[in-house]
Design a protein around this ligand. Structure first.
Ligand SMILES: [Fe+2]
Ligand SMILES: [Fe+2]
Length: 380
């Protein structure tokens, strides 16, 4: 009975507020779990992206350092975890110090954080593998069969919370994608453009993360929502959206209205999905609202200056413009990477955030890799 009551407390902690992000909820869940299992010193969730085979750190509640902050790896290269993903099995390693593993780098990081034992559960939803839940302890041998059995309902709650959050994000993306398809916005904003700019945005965010204290959750949300920046173009009439020549001043005003319409769409979606105030909705709203703002105040719609522009907006501006320049459009050829970078550097500190430009410029190897990978996807 007592165990059941405690599990209910965990459930309540997990669902206390829809407006809390998963990271905050995980911290609450960790507090509840600690009351009965004081040896659980770290709970972390990594999410898996089937298209790219990437497993990425997402949210974490650690008493010590988070050994996997801003980490991402291909699941196919992590053989023991790949096996768990395929079989749905759980894994206990009760003495990390003496564990033979094919992931020595990961093991070293855990040991450096002081963690001596681990328990790993795959997160599965409707038979699809979604990621992993990791529990770690500073104690050797903490995850005994009895502890693992009693922890199980708590783990289920964390997994369910993760699945719910990912599902909501996917629903919002699907809703926006449907709008895009219905409105033919895709004609210009091809899937390739959206995928590449999202990956560029993720690179900038990941590399800015240490100096700006960005969480993995923020990086993930930005990656998921960057492709939705132009959702407001659904409201721009075709004769303006697809006009071959230059827009006259009146048409240009209508075109610029896509930002305000995008914000309206996001706000309606937040109400409809009952997620007003959720951290990922804030990221989505900032992406939509600020992707045409400029550091010197010359952007639109609000003419915001410098730090008044959200980081999401500043990052997306660089990612979006670089890909637009290096892509062929009906009215222009594709620029070379060198010319596009020269443009970003020229506009550094006026149109674009200097830090974002500098980080992006230093990331050209990763950028070229994205161009190769996403181009290959399009050909397929
Ligand atoms: Fe736009
Ligand atoms: Fe775009």
């Amino acid at each position: 009975m007592v165990a059941g009551t405690k599990a209910m407390e965990t459930v309540k902690a997990g669902f206390r507020s829809a407006n809390q992000g998963l990271a905050e909820r995980l911290a609450c869940l960790h507090d509840e779990i600690k009351q009965d299992f004081d040896g659980v010193n770290r709970i972390a969730v990594a999410v898996y992206d089937q298209r790219t085979d990437l497993l990425r750190s997402f949210v974490d509640s650690s008493e010590g350092d988070n050994p996997f902050e801003h980490t991402m790896a291909r699941l196919s290269e992590l053989k023991p975890l790949l096996r768990l993903a395929k079989t749905g099995g759980r894994r206990v390693v009760n003495d990390l110090m003496n564990h033979q593993t094919s992931m020595p780098a990961h093991l070293k990081r855990l040991l450096r954080g002081g963690y001596m034992s681990s328990y790993t559960c795959p997160i599965v939803h409707r038979k699809d593998f979604q990621g992993f839940l990791f529990l770690n302890s500073f104690q050797v041998g903490y995850f005994t069969p009895d502890v693992v059995r009693r922890l199980r309902p708590h783990c289920e709650v964390v997994c369910l919370n993760t699945v719910m959050e990912l599902e909501t994000i996917r629903m919002i993306q699907a809703a926006v994608r449907t709008i895009h398809q219905l409105s033919q916005v895709r004609d210009e904003e091809t899937g390739g453009h959206l995928e590449r700019m999202a990956r560029y945005a993720r690179i900038i965010a990941q590399r800015l993360a240490p100096q700006q204290g960005l969480s993995d959750e923020f990086v993930e949300f930005l990656y998921q929502f960057a492709p939705l920046h132009d959702v407001g173009k659904v409201a721009v009439p075709d004769n303006i959206l697809f006009k071959a020549g230059r827009l006259d001043p009146a048409e240009w005003e209508v075109m610029k209205g896509h930002v305000a319409r995008g914000i309206a769409v996001v706000d309606v979606m937040a109400e409809t999905f009952n997620v007003v105030g959720a951290p990922y909705m804030r990221v989505l709203r900032n992406v939509v609202a600020h992707h045409h703002e400029c550091i010197d105040g010359s952007g639109y719609p609000a003419g915001l200056v410098g730090g008044q522009i959200s980081l999401e907006g500043r990052i997306c501006a660089v990612a979006d413009v670089f890909d637009a320049l290096t892509s062929r459009r009906p009215y222009k050829d594709a620029w070379s990477n060198e010319d596009a970078i020269a443009y970003l550097v020229d506009q550094r500190g006026t149109r674009f955030d200097p830090d974002c430009v500098d980080i992006f410029q230093k990331s050209m190897a990763a950028v070229v890799d994205i161009q190769r990978r996403v181009a290959e996807v399009e050909i397929d």
